[in-house]
Design a protein around this ligand. Sequence first.
Ligand code: NAP
Length: 414
Amino acid sequence: MAKEVYALGEVPPLGEVPERMLASLIRPSRFGQPKDAFQVEEIPVPEVGPKQVLVYVMAAGTNYNNVWAALGQPVDVIGARMRRGATEEFHIGGSDASGIVWKIGSEVTNVKVGDEVVLSCGMWDENAPDIQAGADPITSLSNKIWGYEENWGSFAQYCLVDHYQCFPKPKQLSWEAAAAYMLVGATAYRMLAGWAPHTVQAGDPVLVWGGAGGLGTMAIQIVREMGGIPVAVVSGPERAEYCMQLGAKGVIDRREFNHWGRLPDLDDADAFGKWMTGARSFGAKFWEVLGERKNPKIVFEHPGEATIPTSIYLTDNAGMVVICAGTSGYNADVDLRYLWMRQKRLQGSHFANTAQCAAFNQLVADGRIDPCLSETYEFDQVGESHQALYENRHAPGNMAILVNATRRGMTTVS
Ligand code: NAP
């Protein structure tokens, strides 16, 4: 007879779905520091719809979006979902996972029970009017990030996704390494390969902010694989060394400069002059580490407010600043003179579509991109791993969390 709930790593017969599961979840009463926001609770396993897939989660990835979810800012993801009609008063985060397909809906044909998969976090309504009219699904008004805006993420023994979110797990990777890369990797791939004609070409210098972070580690490797020349920005020698090992041509330590943040008033000649001196010396450092006086064709942005003025200034004529976040703030200043006179492009980018996820996953499966797994946490440390990310004290690369793949090293199920 089926058990009601299984312990972590205690494997039910393949395809048998228990009634309840363990989940590390956030409730509104716990919004605040990530270390306190997540708690392991026992809740019902969700129902599977016709086009959905229930995945037995082996490992999950830690991403910055669940720092925001824990804080309850800038969006209260639980409240926002309930306003759209959801009934769950909790949030199960986790936008990256590796696991085993455990149950499929009646209309699912791309995976079968027992398949080993990695999951992408891009969700949309395939029947949405804009998608039906030909829009790239990741730009659809219906787009939501699974495990952040949508519930039933991977910080639980089972997670629930749409069929198109499943991709084959690269066979050579451990469960935890397989859970570490898709969100940041596919995002970086779209940023660098998805905005023609501003895609990385052979010999293009590319500036990568946060080179030792989740996005940055993927970006350096993608630029390298596309034949470009990655130059990384970091804080600290350990991170610099990490970027060099990934293939960066050179590294800039941002702590050597102090012109960060919003642009001064353009009429304040003194203040603007100081800012310009800082930006120019950063540019000179870029040339020095690149080894030639060339500006970046593409700047890979995500810090936002602190760095956008420098990124816009530094990008080459007709180059592109491509941005997917504003970690340091959203109120970023653009000196429009540089944008129009030098015909630069400031391009927003958000996660990736199915083809881009598949292309990136293939790069990993082919061994051309390393997931850069750094630390692996236990299931009751979901909050701890997000706290480390929040405080920018995590090791270079991407963190993972063991869910049903326990330290005992479970790698197969029968
Ligand atoms: P991460 O692993 O923490 O890496 C970000 C890196 O940025 C840090 O390691 C830090 O490196 C650098 N950084 C932090 N503050 C900075 C500042 N003020 N100026 C310059 N550099 C700064 O995080 P991540 O996973 O790469 O994610 C970064 C951001 O992108 C987050 O806000 C995340 O939510 C967002 N994101 C968005 C998408 C999307 O699809 N839209 C996808 C993935 C991530 P150093 O201290 O070494 O410089």
